[in-house]
Design a protein around this ligand. Structure first.
Ligand SMILES: NC(=O)c1ccc[n+]([C@@H]2O[C@H](COP(=O)([O-])OP(=O)(O)OC[C@H]3O[C@@H](n4cnc5c(N)ncnc54)[C@H](OP(=O)(O)O)[C@@H]3O)[C@@H](O)[C@H]2O)c1
Length: 230
């Protein structure tokens, strides 16, 4: 049984990761931002014979993040699914809200960096040693043909750069760090632009993670398995 830690598991892709990993019989540490988990996440935990544990975590709360990791008591983490993230309302380049920009960068870039720092030893101590980050095609510079999306693109491009460095720095410890684009998955974030069923998106990403090894370190994949340019 592998141990999987998922951030932002209360809804959207994170909830579906919890659902599908629970169905595979894995042990799951699922984090939710609200004080109490929502009914869908609570039901997954209730039906798991204790394999799914729920933990409150706002990823921007450094104190709480450290408390949570300390409470895990060195438990090896086979797969860290760094999923929690936020979008930004579209804005033209002359109308970027600075506070909004900083919030997106804090959530999509700073929080993952902090969590990697806190969890690196436990991932390196596991059998599978995988760190998976929800990146985005929107963060790919090579794939940007439409422009716009300044704030979200900047945050995901920054996350991609961070994960590339993590993949190099933690490679000597056997850790595989990779990024996955979930497609325009039909979550609240994608709204009306969603075209990919959430279950299909997550099944594709779990298939990537099930086969993840050194060959995948530092790569950015679409949920379908093909590589996306940086
Ligand atoms: N859906 C897409 O088309 C798409 C495409 C590319 C990349 N992604 C990425 O995939 C990831 C998941 O997105 P999604 O589509 O599932 O979005 P979503 O439906 O909006 O869900 C986002 C999740 O992140 C959590 N979250 C946000 N800020 C948080 C914080 N400060 N602390 C803890 N949890 C926080 C939310 O918790 P609350 O319930 O408390 O808000 C929610 O569980 C994100 O990183 C996103 O950028 C999504």
């Amino acid at each position: 049984m592998a141990t999987i830690l998922i951030t932002g598991a209360n809804r959207g892709l994170g909830l579906e990761f919890a659902r599908q990993y629970a169905a595979k019989g894995e042990r799951i540490i699922a984090t939710h931002r609200p004080a109490d988990p929502g009914p869908e996440l609570a039901a997954i935990a209730a039906g798991s014979d204790g394999r799914v544990s729920l933990h409150q975590l706002d990823v921007n709360d450094a104190v709480r993040a450290e408390e949570l990791v300390v409470s895990l008591n060195g438990l090896p983490i086979d797969v860290f699914v760094c999923n929690a993230g936020i979008n930004s309302p579209p804005a033209t380049i002359d109308a970027i809200d600075e506070a909004g920009f900083l919030k997106v960068m804090q959530t999509n870039v700073m929080a993952p960096m902090r969590l990697v720092g806190l969890l690196a030893d436990q991932v390196a101590a596991s059998d599978r040693k995988v760190m998976a980050f929800l990146g985005s095609r929107m963060g790919s510079i090579g794939d940007n043909a439409r422009g716009g999306g300044y704030v979200y693109r900047a945050s995901k491009a920054a996350l991609h750069a961070v994960v590339k460095s993590i993949s190099i720095d933690l490679a000597p410890r056997g850790v595989v760090a990779l990024l996955m684009h979930p497609g325009a998955a039909k979550t609240a974030m994608a709204g009306a632009r969603g075209t990919v069923e959430v279950a299909d998106s997550v099944a594709g990403m779990i298939a990537i993670l099930d086969g993840a090894g050194a060959k995948d370190n530092g790569k950015l994949y679409n949920y379908t398995g093909e590589e996306i340019p940086w």
